[in-house]
Design a protein around this ligand. Structure first.
Ligand SMILES: [Ca+2]
Length: 483
């Protein structure tokens, strides 16, 4: 979604966001900023934001090493694993209907039969059949779902999934896959299910996707992102707040799911037998019909949009940041050191906006409600009133809320300022009964046809106010709302 101006809904969202009760316990992070309007004045409310997760296989480049690993340069007949006498699958790179180029790993599936890339056969036996498939995004991305690779050839007996964080200059293994981990890689077999929060970053070898296959049924090889997330977010990721908190505070964990390139190292094809049939290499090859890789552009919580243009992915940076990953402050906005946005506090996070440099502020106008003067002082900054901050005095210090300037809370516990049955919480915010909204619960959200807010509420307003007051008092006494 692109945000440029103020939409009425966003203004409403901004007003509502002052009362956390309207939101689930975890953030969506889909908005970078919203305009706040109070009387004649306007200011921005900034939030941590990130692009929506999406299928990432439409924005990558795929390359093979060796580059002549695809079948059919010389037309060849292939056999099935099950029946070495059924050798009627022809690969011919020069005939579109018989060709199996790499892009068929990335096309939309759902066709029958599946379209697939196919390698040359194992004619080099007993030399190993080694092929690397490299997927490059040219940009940092973050995985959000399991990587799923679908094989049409039987799953490889040895394979390594690797990742790079520096565009392919260096590589680290993500996971080893083997029919026999100890023999192939000298590693004890483990499964993602065996991992714990303490061992979540361990690189394991799994036999789960290579052993005991029935090649027509067990086609998928998986790298389990969701199971790793669930170690922090719980089964079904119902506690996203915990997961976001963990990601925010643990760089190694965040980096684990971050990459610029993936590499699938195919080391030994499925053989389906204890020994390789030396007289028929045409049944040993790799074939992949689909790569399912989902995630989002890494924009350091400074963009909610990522575009694919001229063969490149890039973040549409907000918060006065720039760069492919919004990794630095824009020119003229280096008033303080660049920082990534933060998921915390949930649900809106912290934007960590880049502030203007002093020299770039010209006259560029102090907020009438937040500043003592209309124009900035000799240093280029505005002189802020109590509670206000920022070069233009258009933001509030913690503990203050914006209401015609920054106020140390807009209400107090004597309920003197919240209107329409609203209850003062934390000596600063009005918690409004439905359908009222607004800083002081002064706004109704009423359908015209029913003729007024009160008639929409099934509750007696006086009784409701008493109940809300009681709730506030119990909360103050117990430190939590009554059950
Ligand atoms: Ca395909």
């Amino acid at each position: 979604m692109r945000l440029s101006g103020l939409l009425p809904l966003q203004a409403l969202w901004a007003a509502l966001s002052l009362t956390a009760q309207h939101f689930p316990s975890w953030g969506h992070y889909d908005l970078c900023k919203a305009q706040l309007h109070w009387d004649q004045a306007m200011s921005w409310d900034y939030m941590a934001c990130q692009p929506e997760a999406a299928l990432l296989t439409r924005s990558l480049k795929v390359s093979l090493d060796p580059s002549d690993s695809t079948c059919g340069e010389t037309p060849e007949m292939y056999c099935t694993l099950e029946n070495p006498y059924m050798c009627n699958n022809e690969c011919d790179a020069h005939m579109p209907e018989l060709a199996h180029p790499p892009e068929l790993m990335l096309d939309d599936e759902g066709r029958i039969p599946n379209t697939f890339w196919q390698s040359v056969s194992w004619r080099s036996f007993p030399e190993p059949l080694l092929i690397n498939i490299t997927l490059s995004w040219g940009k940092t991305i973050e995985l959000t779902e399991d990587i799923v690779i679908t094989f049409e050839s039987g799953r490889p007996e040895q394979m390594v999934l690797e990742k790079s964080l520096d565009h392919g200059r260096t590589w680290q293994p993500y996971q080893f896959y083997a029919a026999d981990c100890l023999t192939s890689f000298g590693m004890e077999p483990r499964s993602a299910r065996d991992l714990s929060p303490a061992s979540v970053l361990d690189i394991i070898c799994t036999e789960e996707y290579s052993r005991g296959y029935v090649w027509k049924v067990d086609k998928m090889v998986r790298f389990e992102i969701q199971e790793r997330f669930a170690l922090f977010g719980g089964p079904g990721l119902q506690d996203m707040a915990s997961l976001y908190g963990q990601l925010d505070t643990t760089k190694d964990l965040r980096d684990f799911f971050t990459l610029t390139d993936l590499r699938v190292r195919l080391l030994r094809p499925a053989t389906g037998a204890t020994s390789v049939d030396q007289h028929n290499h045409s049944k040993y090859f790799y074939a992949i019909s689909n790569l399912d890789i989902r995630g989002r552009c890494k924009c350091n919580l400074h963009a909610n949009n990522c575009i694919w243009e001229k063969g490149k992915l890039s973040c549409e940076c907000e918060h006065n940041t720039t760069g492919p990953d919004c990794g630095r402050c824009k020119k003229g906005f280096q008033g303080r050191a660049w920082r990534a946005g933060s998921y915390l506090p949930i649900p809106k996070g912290t934007a960590n906006v880049c502030d203007p440099t002093w020299s770039s502020l010209r006259n560029c106008e102090c907020h009438p409600d937040g500043s003592l003067h209309h124009r900035c002082n000799d240093t280029g900054y505005c002189d802020c009133k109590e509670g206000a901050t920022g070069p233009k005095c258009d933001r509030c210090l913690p503990g203050y809320n914006w209401h015609r300037g920054c106020r140390a809370g807009v209400c107090d516990n004597f309920l003197t300022r919240c209107e329409n049955g609203g209850v003062c919480e934390d000596n600063g915010r009005c918690v409004c009964p439905a359908p009222y909204t607004g800083l002081l619960c002064e706004k109704g959200q009423c359908g015209e046809e029913v003729g007024g807010c009160v008639s929409q509420s099934p509750r007696d307003p006086t009784l409701h106010r008493v109940l809300l007051s009681l709730t506030a008092l119990l909360t103050a006494a117990n430190g939590r709302p009554p059950l």
